[in-house]
Ligand binder design. Structure first.
Ligand code: 13P
Length: 234
């Protein structure tokens, strides 16, 4: 499978810049599977005009009802959104979401035909037991993982210009991969996110157990993305 590049815009971009961005990214030529996660309010524009996969940055676990301000998997599907980020670190930090919430959202995505990109939040120095406990909670009552994309995003590397050592990324992603493979007999898709830049992206993508990377708010700048792709294609 081609490697995946997820662009998590976070709360960035104004409407005036949306079509410039979409057109610039449509001109990119690469074998990577690009998935763009813009703000909710631009999802329809992206779905209708972008050549790349489109994901939301969050979703609510109920299908419909009196949940002011929330958006469901069925609503996302109804406009053609294919992916959703779940359990991002900033959802925990600012909105107090837990792994139990991520588990509910994950079940809603699998039922609602949205491909979940499940963020595993951990400190880079968390021990293996902590990682597996978090995974077990997120995956409670989940029988299959082939439709799930996992994202290992060490919280101390997000938005910090401080990436982990390549060895450390490889060791943790390989551990997660083996753990999930033993449990589900399926090779999982695992992305790495956290201060991925021009300088380290090729080394990260070269890791066998890594299916791709996530880029944070810098990815809302099309020049940044085109430079990154140029670096990958070199
Ligand atoms: P940065 O690329 O800014 O470190 O953010 C990573 C991230 O949060 C992707 O979801």
């Amino acid at each position: 499978m081609n490697k995946i590049l997820v662009l998590n815009h976070k709360m960035n971009m104004l409407y005036d810049d949306v079509y410039d961005y979409i057109n610039q990214l449509n001109n990119i030529s690469t074998d990577m599977n690009i998935i763009i996660c813009p703000s909710y309010i631009y999802l329809t524009d992206f779905v209708n005009h972008s050549d790349w996969g489109i994901g939301s940055q969050n979703v609510y676990h109920e299908a419909n009802g009196a949940y002011t301000g929330e958006i469901s998997t069925t609503q996302l599907r109804s406009i053609g959104v294919e992916y959703s980020l779940l359990g991002h670190y900033e959802r925990t930090k600012y909105f107090h979401e837990s792994e139990v919430d991520t588990n509910q959202k994950l079940k809603a995505c699998l039922e609602g035909n949205i491909i979940p990109i499940v963020c595993l939040q951990a400190q880079s120095n968390d021990d293996k037991k902590t990682l597996t406990n978090k995974l077990d909670t997120i995956l409670e009552d989940i029988d299959h993982i082939e439709f799930i994309i996992f994202a290992y995003e060490p919280t101390d590397a997000i938005g910090q210009n401080k990436t982990l050592q390549i060895d450390q990324i490889e060791e943790t992603c390989t551990f997660i991969s083996e753990y999930l493979q033993n449990k589900y007999h399926t090779r999982p898709n695992i992305l790495y996110g956290g201060s991925v830049t021009n300088d380290n992206i090729n080394d990260i993508l070269a890791i066998d157990t890594i299916a791709g990377t996530l880029i944070g708010e810098k990815s809302s700048n099309y020049q940044y993305v085109t430079n990154l792709i140029d670096q990958i294609e070199k």
